[in-house]
Each structure stands twice: as structure tokens, then as C-alpha cells.
Design a binder for this molecule. Structure first.
Ligand code: NI
Length: 216
């Protein structure tokens, strides 16, 4: 578990590794300073959603156990940031898996666990139906898991990772402001660290391989 204080420290020591939406950031920093829960706030944890890749069957994070996962929260109608980040994730995941898996394992059937599994979680469940997310994730990586669910379920998932998101505009073409962070989760489902938008795919892959070797 990593508190907001240490997250903030990481952001600072990382030389602005991370871009938080300003208002959310100051709100959180204030709450860390002031709140009775200071030092107790932790990042990550279990959640339950629908797996778009498999017709929206019930899915929960325990299914990721035994392998590492790279979580990303976004929405399928995101005009450019989410597609860019998901392309980056796809490239990164391929580099990591090539390094961490024996050649044979990469051709394994889909039921088999990858060393690192990419996961897309919708923060726009009202428009991101199971069918839509299923089509969307295919565009980026054959093993990218796509998750969506009810408004409440997606909210709970995002909350576990302190993901900030906010609808802008009222019409059907609304956008969703959201934090752009990749979360690395270990084999036990525990949050390890995060990577911001300014990481390049290869750089992120190297950092993840290092973490995986360190943690085993
Ligand atoms: Ni986006």
C-alpha cells in the first residue's frame, strides 16, 4: 500500500513524471495533510466488472493473480489520449512479455496467463457497452482485457486506484477528463507503482521488467 504522501513524493522526485489534474491534485494533497486518514490511504485493491472480451461475463481482479497486470482507465470515445496510451501499453506489454516469457509461452492459448497482462477499464460505462469495449480493445492488442459495467461498478473500480474522471459537456458527444496513469499490479493483486503519460513504451517496459525481476 502506498499513501498519497509517498505518491506525491514520487511525483516530485520523478521530476514531474506525473501530470495530475490540478484541482484534484490539490484537493487530494490537502486531504492527505488534513485528514484523519493521513498515511492510511492506500492505492489499489480488488474490484468486480464485466469482461467485454468474453461477452460481458462477470469478472473480478482475482483472475489476474499469478501474473502481473498493467491497468489503464479511460473511455472508448476518447479522441486521442486513450488511443495513444493504449498503443504505448500494447508495445510495452509485448516488450515485457518477450523478455519475461519463454518463447513458447507467447504462443500459448488465451486462457494462459501472460507475464504481464494489459487491462483497459472504462470510466464511461454509460456509452462503453460490452460490445463497444470488446471491439475497441481488439484494435490495440489481442490480449488487452476490456472491462466495463454499471456506473456504480466502474466508479468503485476507479476509486480503488484513485482515478480522477469528470464528464465535460452535457450533450451526447461529451468528453471525459481523466487521469492518465498506468498502474502496475503484482501477482498477488497488489499495487506496485505507476507510470505517467510521459513514459515511452520502451522506457516503461524496462522499468516494469526491473520491478518484475526484483519482486519475482
Ligand atoms: Ni482518454
Amino acid at each position: 500500500p502506498v499513501g498519497w504522501k509517498s505518491l506525491a513524493m514520487m511525483a516530485v522526485t520523478g521530476g514531474g513524471v506525473l501530470y495530475f489534474f490540478e484541482r484534484e491534485r490539490s484537493r487530494r494533497l490537502d486531504s492527505v495533510k488534513a485528514g484523519p486518514s493521513a498515511g492510511k490511504a492506500s492505492l489499489g485493491g480488488p474490484f468486480e466488472l464485466r469482461l467485454a472480451n468474453e461477452n460481458g461475463r462477470r469478472w473480478d481482479t482475482s483472475e489476474l493473480r499469478g501474473g502481473y497486470a498493467l491497468l489503464y482507465f479511460g473511455f472508448t470515445m476518447c479522441p486521442d489520449i486513450c488511443p495513444d496510451e493504449l498503443e504505448k501499453i500494447a508495445e510495452c506489454v509485448d516488450v515485457v512479455n518477450a523478455k519475461m516469457a519463454p518463447a513458447k509461452a507467447q504462443d500459448a492459448p488465451h486462457g494462459d496467463k501472460l507475464p504481464l497482462t494489459p487491462v483497459f477499464v472504462s470510466i464511461d460505462p454509460e456509452r462503453d457497452t460490452v460490445a463497444r469495449v470488446a471491439e475497441y480493445v481488439k484494435e490495440f492488442h489481442p490480449r488487452l482485457l476490456g472491462l466495463t459495467g454499471t456506473v456504480e461498478a466502474c466508479k468503485r473500480a476507479a476509486k480503488q486506484y484513485r482515478v480522477y474522471y469528470h464528464k465535460t459537456g452535457d450533450d451526447a458527444d461529451y468528453l471525459v477528463d481523466h487521469s492518465i496513469i498506468m498502474y502496475l499490479v503484482d501477482k498477488n493483486g497488489d499495487f506496485v507503482t505507476f507510470y505517467g503519460k510521459n513514459y515511452e513504451a520502451k522506457e516503461m517496459a524496462e522499468a516494469i521488467v526491473e520491478q518484475m525481476k526484483r519482486l519475482g
